[in-house]
Structure formats: C-alpha cells, structure tokens
Ligand binder design. Sequence first.
Ligand SMILES: Nc1ncnc2c1ncn2[C@@H]1O[C@H](COP(=O)(O)OP(=O)(O)OP(=O)(O)O)[C@@H](O)[C@H]1O
Length: 761
Amino acid sequence: MASIVGVSSLYRSPCLELPKRALPYLSPSSEKPPFCGLRASATTRGCCCSLRSSRPTAAPPRLLVPSAVASPNSVLSEEAFKGLGDFSKSSLDGEEGEEEYYGSEEEEEEDAEGSAVGSEEELAIANLGLPEQLVSTLEKRGITHLFPIQRAVLLPALESRDLIARAKTGTGKTLAFGIPIIKRLTEDNDDRRISRRGRLPRVLVLAPTRELAKQVEKEIKESAPYLGTVCVYGGVSYNIQQNALARGVDVVVGTPGRIIDLINSNSLQLGEVKYLVLDEADQMLAVGFEEDVEVILEKLPSDRQSMLFSATMPGWVKKLARRYLNDPLTIDLVGDQDEKLAEGIKLYAIPTTATSKRTILSDLVTVYAKGGKTIVFTQTKRDADEVSMALTNSIASEALHGDISQHQRERTLSGFRQGKFTVLVATDVAARGLDIPNVDLIIHYELPNDPETFVHRSGRTGRAGKEGTTILMFTSSQRRTVRSLERDVGCKFEFISPPLMQEVLESSAEQVVATLQGVHPESIQHFLPTAQRLTQELGTNALAAALAHLSGFSQPPSSRSLISHEQGWVTLQLTREQGYSRGFFSPRSVTGFLSDVYPAAADEVGKIYLIADERVQGAVFDLPEEIAKELLNKQLPPGNTISKIMKLPALQDDGPPTDNYGRFSNRDRGSRGGSRERGHRSSRNWGSRDYDSDDGFRRGGRSYRTDNSWSRSSRGSNDDWLIGGRRSGRSSSFGSRDRGFGGACFNCGRTGHRASECPNN
Ligand SMILES: Nc1ncnc2c1ncn2[C@@H]1O[C@H](COP(=O)(O)OP(=O)(O)OP(=O)(O)O)[C@@H](O)[C@H]1O
C-alpha cells in the first residue's frame, strides 16, 4: 500500500548538477540551497537537470533558465515515491526514441545501488526557492513535500517545455502544473500587474466537467489567493463570470462550452495567455470536446507553453497532441505494462444478476464501506436516479448527473463532501478528477465503457496514498469483458460472493456502534432515566432492539436466496442417503423429486446446483419463501432430507452464477428470452448511451481502442444492463408466471412433463 510517508523515503544519489546550475533558475533571492529533488542516475544518464531542451526556452523576466545538457533519454528514479507512481519502461504510444521521454529501463538495477543520502529535506517545498506566499499557503494545507509527478514536472515546466504528463489518479497532478505556473505568475509581476484592473488572463486551464473546473480553481485559489482566479462553466448565469473577468484576472479555469461563449461575447480575451493546461487531456481531446478545444486554441497566442495532464493517455491522444504542442516532453509515471490504478486500491469483482443487483448493492455498501463514503457509478442518468432512490430506503444517498441543475449538482457534491449523506450515485460525470476526501468505496454498478473510465472511476478512492476499495459488479455474460479489463488495466480482481446476511447485520451494528460513540455526553444524560428503566424491564434486549432499529432492521431481514441473492427466495438443500438413490443423481433428480412431493415446488424451483462433495448425494436449490415453508412441512420419502441452509456448501462447476447453470430452472427460460433481446439491441445502443457532458448535453465519446474488443464487449454489456435492469421485474416474472414445467420427468428423464403426466406410465 502506498503511503504519503513514502515521501520521506530516501533515494540515493541526489542531483549534483542542480545546485551549481539552478540557483538562478529558481528564486534568485532565495538563500536556501535549491536542488532538484531528483536522484542523479547511477549510470551516465544524469538527473532531471540534464533534460534536454531542444528548443529555446522562454525565460521569464528575472528568471535565468540554464541551457540544459543534452540527454535525450534522461532518466529519473522514483525510489522515494514507490507506491505513488513508478516510472514507466515504455513510452505512451510505444514510439520510444521519437520524442524525449521520461522513464527508465534500468531503474530497478539502479535502485539496488548507492546509498541513501537524499532526504525528506531535499523534497521539502520550502527548500525549492518557491515564492514564500506559495510555500506558506501550501504548508497550511499540509502540503510540505513534492509528490513524484510534481517533482518530475517542476523543472521542465519552469523551462517552458510543452509537456504531456501521465500519473496515476490522486497523485497530485493539479499542483504539478499549479506550482510552476503560480511561481512564474508570482515572479513575473514586475509591473505589479497582479493587482491591475482589467488585466487579461495569462493562464487558461481547460477541464471536461464543471465540478472538476471548480476544483482546479479552488486548488489554485487556495495555493495562491493573491492571484485573480476565475472559474467559468455552463449552467449558471453569465453575469458574475463576465464581471469577474472584467475586473481583471490572472488564471481562467473553465469548461470549453462556456469559454467559447465568453470569447464570442467578447467577455474573455485570450491574447495574453502564456500557459495552457488541458486537464484530463484525453477526455478534452475526445470526439465532441476536440472541436471546442480547437476553437479555443485558435484564439491563443502561438508563443505559449502548453501542458497536457491525465491519468490515462491513450496513444491517439499523443498523436493528436502533436498538432497543438511544440516539441513536447513526455513524462509518464504510469507505464504501459504496469497496473494503471493507484496503489492501495483493493479490487473486487462480484458476479450478479440483473434482478439481484440492487439488493447486493446495498449489502456491499454496508459491508465494504464500513460507514465511509461510497460512489456508485451507473451508465445512465436514469439508472443513477433509480438506484439512488432504491438505496435511499436503507442508506442516505443522492444522485449526480448532467440532467440535474448546476445549482443542485453543487449542493449535492458539497453535501457529500461534508458527509451529510454517504452514498453518491453518479454517472461518469463524476468519474474524472473529483477529489473528495474519505471516499472509501467505489462500486461500478455497471461496467465502464472503456478501461480509461474504469481507471478514473476507481481513482476517486485511494487518493494521495490512502487506501480504498473498488468493486465491479458484472453479470455472467460480461465475464469476458471483465477479463479484458484486467488485461487493459494491468490489474487482477479478487472474485467475491455477495455478503451473507449475517455479515450485513454485523456490519450494520458496528456502524451504529461507531455512530453511538459520537453522541454527546450531555445528550446521553437526557436519555439515561429511560435507558435505566428499559434495562430493568428488558435487559440487554432493550439495547439490541435499539441497535436493530438504528441498523434499519426494525423488521427481520427478508429471506434471501444464497444463490441468486434475490429477496423473497429461500435456498434449500436436498440430500439423499446412500442406498436410496434411484440411479445417477442430477438436477433432474431434484425437479422430479419435487414434482412428486409437492408439484408447486417443482413449478417454482429456481437454480439448482449439485453439491461438490462426491460422498454426498445432494443439491441446493431456490424456492419462493412461501412454497419453501410448505415444502418443509411435507412428508418426504425415506432416505431424503430437505433443510433450509444459511451457507452454501461447495458446489459443482464453481457454483453460481454461470451460463450453464439453471438449465433446469423454470425462471431461466424467461431470462434466455431476455438475452435474445439483448443481443438484438447490443450494438445499436452504443452510440446513444446516456452520457453526461460538461454542459449538460450529450457529447460523443471517442472509442479509445482501435481493436474494438473492449468496445464491443462493453457495448454488449452496457445494453445488457439497460435491458436487464429496466426489465428486471419482467425478467423475473417470465419464469415464475410461466407455468410450463421446466424440469425433467422423474420417470423417463425427458423434459417438459412431470412424472405424473409421463406417457410411459
Ligand atoms: N505534495 C502534496 N502533499 C500532500 N498532498 C498533496 C500534494 N499534492 C497534492 N496533494 C493532494 O492530493 C490530492 C489529489 O491531488 P489531485 O486532485 O491533484 O490528483 P490528480 O492526480 O489530479 O488526480 P486525478 O487523476 O484523479 O484527477 C488532493 O487532495 C491534493 O490536495
């Protein structure tokens, strides 16, 4: 698990170049010894100071930029930050050598050498010669040492290099561009322009969503309150934004749609912009946004520094970026071969069915979030609403998507940040960039559209070195997509089963206990007399009743299938003693047995699985609660036992759910009908997915992969859910209302009739 403390780890050979060369490069007035904070290579390749600047660097007034030593394959080691992001062994699009690239092949080898002489001190922001105001505001926010991406970007950014930077989610990319830009703006203030009214912006940061734009604005404002920073985005009145721009501004952060509107109304002039940042660059350059970005770029001076940041940079982004960037330096702290997710994120995957999804969801939240914050990602706005509504019965939750008014979106996010409710159900509008403290659990209620979205969604937890958990829910038909996801993201899921009711009850109780610990002692005093009376009357039952109520279990939990996890179903086990067997024991034996003992049970039986233990002749199967009760009261033929079970025994063929199982289930005939329809719709709906864009209207999304394998499978899975989810009620009713006999005759073994109707009788 990565830890922020990792920052204090030592790396071995500190850069020897920078102290000599970089003094003027950093703050001329600083008396602190500057250093680059990067280990010099044990080989001949040198540290960041030898990064080649292959074009003249635009030195700001009073900043002397040293002419760097040419070293095309400059290498930096990240020993000190292991866990927060490793340097890659390959370039973003595999075209090494074509461009300057920041990564190492011999890193591991180097890491084994040398002695630990670098120190926390060397990474201390206070030692870098940054403007004092900046150092002090960062320190107040607990930011005292550079994170790896910040360290890697600082010098090239100050050298005015165009950059393409990739680092994992939550590793501090905002300040990676923020710190050098703020330094330049602060020092480039000879003419006191920072306070001048009507000054035009020198920095433009483009972000794909309003929430992200606001967050970047906040980060810059908090780090440099003395700069004029204005955020412009759609969904709110123009006036306030226009007035703020008119007063004079240093940094504009915004979403493309509103920026274009403000340019067109002449409220925003970009003629003095010196620094352009595309945050979440791959999304900014995806179809739909790219045209807007191009319109904006046309308004910018060509003599500017451009920087692209994201946790994901598919190859096409880099190719496209060449059109906008000038001899860019690529800084890649992710690498193509390695896991793309931030470390410290535990990954689980859980097989579900469309009908059991919602029940499982609330159980997962209860058991895995342990009272912390959860974000549930859905594909569509409608699903976000519906899932949030369904959850609200048991857990406080709210929905966030592009159809919700901007005002409400802001209120929702702020309520979530403040912990007023603990589950946010969102479309991918919340997948990128949002930095919300203490999000412990991410649930992909629906498979993401592409691996990049999976990385960004999951990256809302495990930020800045913290731990987090991600759970992917999938149906059996989506198994292949899950495997592709593992391959594309370089991760491995641990496959889990739905939590048992006992676990849910225990977790709920624990959370209530944690909440009780926060009750103010004075409040307790008010309730003490009643508590004492109740304890005398009811003993510990009084406290248990209070816990049950506060856990949301005033009524006993409804019965639930251990197989499908659907409510209202019970899982029973049939075992047959040796010697009573009528031949080979199979699922047909179960349906035949049921039709003899209680035909209603044979009609309604759900999934049937054989017990794995070869010494036991038996199976488990699902029945509706009422039917199960009746069956348990029936007289059974000798040698047979039926009991209600609380835990599944080991089952043959991996147990539920697979595509093969349930062949003997009546209910399954319905779902097979459903899957025909799924197949029919799967490819068509891909383009019309209900995707949120910044400005609340649909934008297309680039299909990131060229081989289509991911896209195709996720298209299928997307629609699978669209149909499965919305029609879940119908799907489950197909089987149970269809009274045709789905089992096999106990007599002749053929399907379609009961033993009592067997023509062979
Ligand atoms: N040097 C630092 N020390 C401590 N905390 C930091 C440092 N730099 C950034 N942070 C904090 O780390 C968190 C994550 O930063 P940020 O949102 O910039 O990550 P990111 O890499 O842009 O993530 P994403 O890819 O999800 O957009 C923020 O809360 C930020 O304030």
